[in-house]
Design a binder for this molecule. Structure first.
Ligand SMILES: *Cc1c(COP(=O)(O)O)cnc(C)c1O
Length: 375
């Protein structure tokens, strides 16, 4: 046991199956080949742990890693990971010296960022860049009116030996197949404009999990695999198993209290639940501080000792209550909040539905008190 003497080591734990992550990457790599797979491990690997996930993904055949910001990339380097890493989201006035020193590839979306990259690079150590094109999402990326001047500036940076433009990328809206195809067409135009300016990007990428699995023409040289490597589906109404994926994260704990209450007893803040019959209630030691959405109050369910039982009353900061019904359970009985539905557990998809959100948010928002355990 580590930490403060006597502290229970596993009050709340996320069990992460790294073998599932490797297998998910391998499965997607096989279906998108010859396109390469970049494993997206931003936001602490969607709550699964960035370093552990990165290693598992590389083992499964990913050839590079994607993160949102440079600090996330540097953390991978600190852990000794030397695979290519692309970071694409930067602050208002970025300085890229450290990124260049640690060979983090930069996703560049504005002329200010381009100037900063040219400034940070040198002939001995040019900054590696992927230029991001806004093909319609309205977020990051060079707009059409910027293409010509930005590509010309980039060409000067290349000629001076301060940067290498290795890639060109964009991001799909997944609004509809037709919208995605319109973005691909705009991306082809941007590619032509870049080549006309004398740039030679060899890695072109457009698709995240949703586009990569559904639309083969979006795969280009590489796909950016995020949610899929964690074994979750990016599509509404399509589960993991249908995509050949296995959810990697199982959130679990134990009942810390069990009590018998009479019909009509008010449960948790505001008494939003009162059982119709005498019943057993179980107390689960996770709350919204741990990433349990308060919105699942009286809507979600958990697995307790082999049965799926409803969350009743309001979710509090540190705890919530489950109605165990007529069958009593015991303090210490295992509780699985979500995991692989193939094993009978509620899924992150079920939780997303109960919380009116998406599975991405369910896994990514787990709080700092939840201990990650790898297996
Ligand atoms: C987060 C992100 C991804 C991964 O998306 P998934 O839907 O999780 O596969 C890919 N590309 C960019 C630019 C991202 O920000």
């Amino acid at each position: 046991m580590t930490g403060v003497a006597g502290a229970p080591p596993m009050l709340r734990r996320a069990h992460i199956d790294l073998g599932a992550i490797s297998a998910n990457v391998e499965h997607v790599a096989r279906s998108v080949a010859p396109a390469a797979v970049m494993a997206v491990v931003k936001a602490d690997g969607y709550g699964h742990g960035a370093v552990e996930t990165a290693r598992a993904a590389l083992e499964g055949g990913a050839t590079s890693l994607g993160v949102a910001d440079v600090a996330e990339g540097l953390a991978l380097r600190d852990a000794g990971i030397d695979a290519p890493v692309l970071a694409w989201l930067h602050g208002a006035h970025p300085v890229f010296d450290e990124a260049v020193a640690h060979d983090i590839t930069l996703g560049i979306s504005t002329r200010g960022q381009l100037a900063a990259a040219i400034e940070a690079g040198s002939t001995g150590r040019p900054a590696r860049l992927h230029l991001k094109i806004d093909t319609g999402l309205g977020r990051n990326g060079f707009e059409r009116s910027d293409w010509e001047p930005a590509f010309a500036e980039a060409r000067r940076g290349v000629d001076e030996g301060r940067i290498l433009v290795e890639g060109l990328f964009s991001h799909l809206s997944n609004a509809s197949d037709d919208d995605d195809r319109a973005q691909l067409a705009a991306f082809e135009e941007a590619t032509a404009a870049a080549r006309a300016a004398g740039l030679e990007p060899t890695v072109r990428h457009l698709a995240s999990t949703a586009g990569a699995l559904r639309l083969p023409e979006m795969r280009l040289d590489q796909v950016r695999l995020g949610i899929g490597q964690y074994g979750l589906s990016p599509y509404d109404g399509v589960g993991s198993a249908e995509l050949g994926l296995r959810p990697a994260l199982r959130l679990e704990t134990r009942l810390i209290s069990v009590k018998r209450v009479a019909a009509g007893t008010g449960v948790s803040y505001g008494y939003t639940y009162r059982p119709e019959e005498d019943t057993w209630l179980g107390l689960v030691p996770l709350g919204y501080a741990d990433g349990i959405p308060r919105h699942v109050s009286n809507r979600g369910s958990v697995w307790v000792g082999g049965r799926v039982r409803p969350i009743v009353g309001r979710v509090a900061m540190d705890q919530f209550v489950v109605d165990l019904g007529r069958e009593r359970a015991e303090v210490g009985d295992r509780v699985v909040l979500f995991g692989d539905p193939a094993e009978g557990f509620p899924s992150a998809d079920d939780w997303a539905e109960a919380a009116s959100t998406i599975n991405y948010e369910i896994v990514t928002r787990l709080g700092g008190r939840v201990k990650r355990v790898y297996g």
